[in-house]
Ligand binder design. Structure first.
Ligand SMILES: Nc1nc2c(ncn2[C@@H]2O[C@H](COP(=O)(O)OP(=O)(O)O)[C@@H](O)[C@H]2O)c(=O)[nH]1
Ligand SMILES: [Mg+2]
Ligand SMILES: [Zn+2]
Length: 272
């Protein structure tokens, strides 16, 4: 799919502005090489808003495994976000070298639920045995690296492709006034695919989401909620709720239901 890569400087044709066509990183376009002009933009199969990248196939969701940085609510927010964008997710637990054997055991216990639905990897940037297998994930795909600042995105990209030599460890600076948070988005052609480091994918927002639709982005609700007494059940206080039943008998973990409640409340608060 992605053979040779040439760079051709191009600008969008002026007419696009009137047609509301907005070429983005990741777009497939037609261009005139001589004039350096993009003349058409193909239909997209996905559009990630923050950062703006078209045609993303999958997100590697990097989460620091190091307690207390790890929280399932944060992971669940990412999973809702990618479900909305219709992007596949692969969960990468980073910094495993910082965990004691007991902490590792507890983490894997928590992650068992996610492993039912997602590819989950456990890595340390210091252990090549854990990072090398990731290289096969990128072939013929456009992959974004998602995760909070400090999760280890740049470190992992550097381990996989040292030539990129990205800056790492800029936690405090990046959290400051945005001096170092860049809006720059760039694709790199690596491992027979394209990868994007995303400085901005940490600030998640669901402002376009109706709270009533949230239930459709919790993957484990899908089959269960068909059995709720009310077709539009929000799984909060309704009688005959199959999701609540599944929560009680342990089929749905409490932390997942809590994430659902929390995000639901946030969406409700946004309405006022
Ligand atoms: N011990 C350990 N530290 C890591 C690992 N991955 C990243 N770090 C550290 O975590 C900090 C943030 O990493 P960085 O790659 O800049 O995160 P980013 O903001 O997601 O790009 C840096 O100080 C890294 O050295 C890891 O696997 N093990
Ligand atoms: Mg970084
Ligand atoms: Zn219900």
């Amino acid at each position: 799919m992605f053979d040779g890569v040439d760079e051709v400087p191009c600008r969008p044709r002026g007419l696009f502005r009137h047609q509301a066509i907005d070429p983005r990183v990741g777009d497939t376009v037609t261009f005139e090489k001589k004039e350096g002009l993009i003349t058409a933009v193909d239909e997209r199969h996905s559009m990630l808003k923050r950062p703006p990248v078209a045609n993303v196939d999958q997100a590697l969701i990097l989460m620091s495994a190091n307690p207390p940085e790890f929280s399932t609510i944060l992971l669940d927010r990412f999973l809702v976000q990618i479900a909305i964008a219709e992007i596949d997710g692969i969960i990468i637990m980073t910094k495993m070298d910082l965990l004691s054997p007991d902490q590792t055991k507890a983490l894997k216990e928590t992650m068992r639920f996610y492993e039912r639905y997602f590819d989950v990897r456990y890595i340390s940037k210091h252990d090549e045995k854990t990072t090398e297998p990731l290289k096969s994930l990128f072939k013929d795909k456009l992959t974004v690296f998602a995760g909070q600042t400090g999760a280890g995105k740049s470190s992992l990209i550097n381990v996989l492709s040292p030539d990129l030599n990205l800056k790492t460890g800029e936690i405090s600076k990046a959290l400051g006034r945005g001096k170092h948070t860049t809006r720059h988005v760039e694709l790199w052609h690596r491992f027979d695919g394209f990868i994007v480091d995303t400085p901005g994918f940490s600030k998640l927002s669901f402002e376009d989401l109706d709270k009533e639709a949230l239930r459709d982005y919790f993957i484990e609700f899908k089959d269960v909620q068909a059995r709720c007494k009310f077709r539009t059940c929000q799984h909060l206080n309704e009688p005959g709720c199959a999701v609540k039943d599944a929560l009680e008998n342990g089929d749905i973990p409490a932390h997942r239901y809590q994430s659902y409640q929390k995000i639901y409340e946030e969406l409700r608060d946004l309405e006022y």
